[in-house]
Design a protein around this ligand. Structure first.
Ligand SMILES: [Ca+2]
Ligand SMILES: [Ca+2]
Length: 104
């Protein structure tokens, strides 16, 4: 994934602090049109501790998983991301929630 994500990151001035749009990011990197299996692969990259969920602490490093050296997400961005994806309100993102979010 690395190369294309890097290009998107560098090309997009909207990725300044507090301007991160996960919807736009998913679209730009083509994730919205990927198969469920490919989306699950991305989920596993983001689930750094293999807990089966993306926690807020892992969201912080969302961009860095794709682009080494990218900035961390701010607390406000993490919370916005989480509240958009967390349908069952358990405070973390499961793989099904991630799939729905990416493909919605
Ligand atoms: Ca995790
Ligand atoms: Ca959840």
């Amino acid at each position: 994934y690395g190369g294309s994500f890097r290009l998107i990151y560098l090309a997009d001035p909207l990725l300044a602090p507090d301007s991160f749009s996960f919807k736009k990011f998913f679209q730009l990197c083509g994730l919205t049109s990927k198969s469920p299996k490919e989306v699950k692969d991305v989920f596993q990259i983001l689930d750094d501790d293999n807990s089966g969920y993306i926690e807020e602490s892992e969201l912080k490093f969302f961009l860095q998983r794709f682009v080494p050296g990218a900035r961390t997400l701010t607390d406000a961005e993490c919370k916005g991301f989480l509240s958009a994806a967390d349908d069952d309100n358990d405070g973390k993102i499961g793989v099904e929630e991630f799939l729905i979010m990416v493909q919605s």
